[in-house]
Design a protein around this ligand. Structure first.
Ligand code: SF4
Ligand code: SF4
Length: 489
């Protein structure tokens, strides 16, 4: 199927598959397994799949790969051919394979893997907030209300030490985030540390400060993936939401350069009442610029977004409509664009497993070095956050009081404590529980079993149907209020 010039890669006997520049095999020594590292993902693979994937090089056909494996394992050729095709088609539909040789060969496994020991239970990812400085002022920014200033930021060498510690306890993915990470003049040095530590690198950027020359340098150092956040594709709305003029054209340029350089590309689109009607055009934009992934993320209401909730919250009907638009696009764009859809908590009946579980999946480190179990954890009272300047990250992960505060299920109250889903969603989001109930150990109000659920959902309905108030813009040193015009009808 061809969609605006891009086509799904259909695996057939003559295909010559290879990994794209932004996906690769990786030996995950911490967990004693092999994975495919890809944008925002690590796919575990078994021994048979590994044998197949070691043969894909952009020169060898599927027929030849199957023949070699059939001989190696003394297995029927037709069965092997079918299994190889199924495996490769699944990866092609995730946009991780290309057909034939190209200029962007991924680095070989041996140059990236490091001899870290086994460490069961380590984090899969590290969110590195390199700076809180940002030229944009999005009213839903997930940074804390108390933004950290430039003079407290970790140095490139301190980030390097943090990356090595994270990789040593099993981190695979590194998100170089902010604020706006490209405001760091030493971003190249920071990235080099990350590549040397063997991490899969993801630059999370608003894109407005990037030049083609700088992106080329980052690609040469070994950057894997770029996530460009957009406020809207309608320039007037985008400018108003970000309090920054001309961002859309710049983001389009950076997205195009990213694809031209063979890097992975995700478009991240936070969705709210003031841009939700433009969702079909946002999907078209992601296809046009050649992204492999689109995150359609309904806003999470804490920090700045909590302050701006009434200006951002859509109606239930609009939320449901957005889910239908994404479902239809997923089917239409199979193998061309992958979707991550973050649902709207106020209109949910079950909570999300927030950050993959407290102290289970990710570590966030603030610009000044505070290690957090979740990037919003500073909204919770009574937690003490260790600093990577004072304590090794592995020790913080294992023994830090904040990381152990809500690990597992022992901290739970009813109804979570006796619920048969407690090991599945782990009680939902602690920050949302705190924001709505004043108790960080309460059941996430997104859950229909929470005593606060009806009030939580009802408040959203009331706010979503009222005229939107003015935005309180995100800004270091104090919140700024400006006029925000009503959303489109
Ligand atoms: S959400 Fe907006 S203001 Fe916050 S860091 Fe991203 S681009 Fe900057
Ligand atoms: S009661 Fe708690 S554990 Fe059960 S579904 Fe709701 S949030 Fe999850």
């Amino acid at each position: 199927m061809t969609t605006q010039g891009r086509a799904r890669f259909i695996i057939d006997p003559h295909s010559k598959p290879a990994f794209t520049r932004f996906s690769r095999l990786h030996e995950d020594r911490a967990r004693v397994r092999f994975v495919i590292l890809a944008p925002e993902r690590a796919y575990e693979i078994d021994a048979i799949s590994l044998a197949v994937l070691r043969l894909i090089d952009g020169d060898t056909t599927v027929t030849a790969i199957a023949a070699r494996l059939a001989a190696q394992f003394s297995a029927p050729l037709d069965v092997v051919t079918r299994d190889v095709t199924t495996l490769l088609q699944g990866l092609a539909d995730k946009c991780l394979l290309r057909d034939g040789p190209d200029a962007f060969a991924p680095p070989p496994l041996s140059s990236r893997a490091r001899a870290y020991g086994s460490f069961a239970g380590g984090p899969a990812g590290l969110l590195a907030e390199l700076t809180h400085r940002c030229p944009l002022q999005c009213p839903y920014c997930s940074n804390p209300l108390e933004l950290e200033r430039a003079n407290v930021e970790l140095s490139a060498a301190e980030w390097g030490e943090t990356f090595r510690s994270a990789a040593a306890i099993g981190a695979l993915q590194l998100h170089l985030s902010g604020g706006e990470p490209t405001l760091r003049r030493d971003l190249e040095e920071i990235l080099q540390h990350a590549v040397d530590a063997g991490l899969y690198t993801n630059l999370v950027t608003s894109a407005v400060m990037l030049t083609r020359e700088r992106l080329e340098t980052l690609a040469e150092i070994g950057l894997d993936h770029v996530q460009v956040s957009i406020q809207d594709v309608d320039p007037a709305t985008a400018d108003r939401v970000s309090a920054y003029e001309g961002g859309v054209a710049k983001k389009r340029d950076v997205a195009s350069w990213t694809r031209e350089l063979g890097l992975g590309l995700t478009i991240n689109a936070p969705i709210h009442r003031q841009n939700i009607d433009h969702l079909p055009e946002i999907i078209d934009f992601a296809v046009e610029v050649g992204a492999q992934r689109l995150e359609v993320a309904h806003i999470q209401y804490y920090a700045w977004a909590e302050k701006n909730r009434a200006a951002l919250i859509p109606t239930r009907e609009k939320f449901l409509e957005s889910a239908s638009v994404v479902d239809a696009a997923k089917a239409r764009l199979k193998g061309v664009l992958n979707f991550d859809f973050v649902i709207h908590d106020h209109y949910a009946t079950r909570p999300k497993t927030c950050t993959g579980g407290w102290g289970r999946s990710i570590i966030a480190v603030t610009p000044s070095g505070k290690a957090l179990p979740c990037h919003a954890a500073q909204t919770l009272p009574g937690l003490a956050f260790d600093n990577v300047r004072d304590r090794d990250l592995g020790d913080i992960w294992r023994n830090g009081s904040a990381f152990n505060a809500f690990r597992g299920t022992d901290w739970m109250k009813e109804p979570c404590r006796s619920c048969d889903r407690r090991e599945i969603d782990l009680g939902g989001c602690r920050c949302q529980a705190m924001a709505v109930t004043g108790d960080p150990a309460a059941t996430d109000p997104a859950c229909h079993l929470s005593p606060e659920h009806a009030r939580f959902a009802g408040l959203a309905e009331v706010e979503a149907h009222a005229p939107p108030p003015t935005f309180i813009y995100r800004r270091i040193g104090g919140a700024v209020t400006r006029e925000s015009t009503p959303e489109s009808p």
